[in-house]
Ligand binder design. Sequence first.
Ligand code: NAD
Ligand code: MG
Length: 377
Amino acid sequence: MNQRGIAILGSTGSIGTTALRVIARQPDRFRVVALTAHSNAALLRQQVREFHPSYVGLVNCTDADGNGWRRGTESLVEAATREDADIVLNAIVGAAGLDATLAALRAGKRVALANKETLVVAGELVTRAAAEGRGEIVPVDSEHSAILQCIAGRDHAEIRRVILTASGGPFRGWSESRLAKATVTDALQHPTWTMGRKITIDSATLANKALEVIEAHFLFGLPYDSIEVVVHPQSVVHSFVEFVDGSVVAQMSVPSMELPVLYALTHPGRAPDSGVQAFDPVARSPMTFEPVAHENFPALRLGIGAGRRGGAAPAVFNAANEQAVSLFLEGKIEFADIAASIESALERLGDLAAESREDLLDADMQARRHVMELFAC
Ligand code: NAD
Ligand code: MG
């Protein structure tokens, strides 16, 4: 079997380490050719010892880390465009992943995309880069992986609607007054998934689901009216696709990111995985579904509104959210301030120009500044 070369951007994070676990079980299929991280030199060194990539990049690299590693943000694009990389797993968090995604797609790579912010900030540019460079975007996000698995081999015109499932996060069922007192520790207690801190907070505000609705719009070319969200606290059904004849197909598996990561590498094929946990429908019962409590989670409505508005609005939504989440994690603002920041940034900056990458990065920067000024930070 021909081994495929994998470059992993963000190898020290939650998705990055999950991917390395999955790849370690598939030595005949995959070979790690490049690893990059932001600042965790110790873990990166351990990974390099185990996987022997030909390229290593550490954005915040000190002389002590040296060892021939590349440094700076350029290392992301370098890793993403290497000749020996067939697949680039973008597992970076935030808009910082955009240039590497664009470069990899222009170089004709498959991008296994965990970094959903990339598609939200610049969905049109990214899809154009894929078309021009003959690159391919395959989602890692579990909901989008589910949709892809349900529609593989089907005609696009047969899809009537997709329904993304949401766990509801740690604050499902909380009253408005209890939510007003929610702490960082409360928000980091996700009921079904263990993930990086930023996406965990996004799951608590439901901003994550708004990012995913926009992601689905660009990935599958679906209008916003055909993308819905339902709360499913058990995180076993990863999404539904309804076809034009009324048939509804869902994808299920135990809540683990190992399957969507592996599928993004093997799509449209599948590979046996010795690490997979057997699915037991009885043990997973009951599976329940409920509507989103929009009044308590305004970030979802604001984000979907930004997606519908288009132009720079999704980039402003994303940047205001990134900035507010980092202030919340630093203890500088309250939980409800995250949605308030998004609303204020969209009101002020939602109509900025969005013709080019530079326009979008400018909108991103202005939105971050706006949120900092709101709280006099
Ligand atoms: P994480 O914080 O655990 O890891 C992020 C990785 O990116 C780290 O290796 C870090 O070194 C690197 N990184 C962070 N900022 C960077 C920067 N500015 N430049 C270069 N590298 C940088 O995050 P995560 O939970 O693994 O999430 C990664 C992406 O995957 C996010 O977009 C998230 O929304 C998405 N995602 C994650 C999960 C999950 O289960 N963790 C599920 C679905 C989607
Ligand atoms: Mg998801």
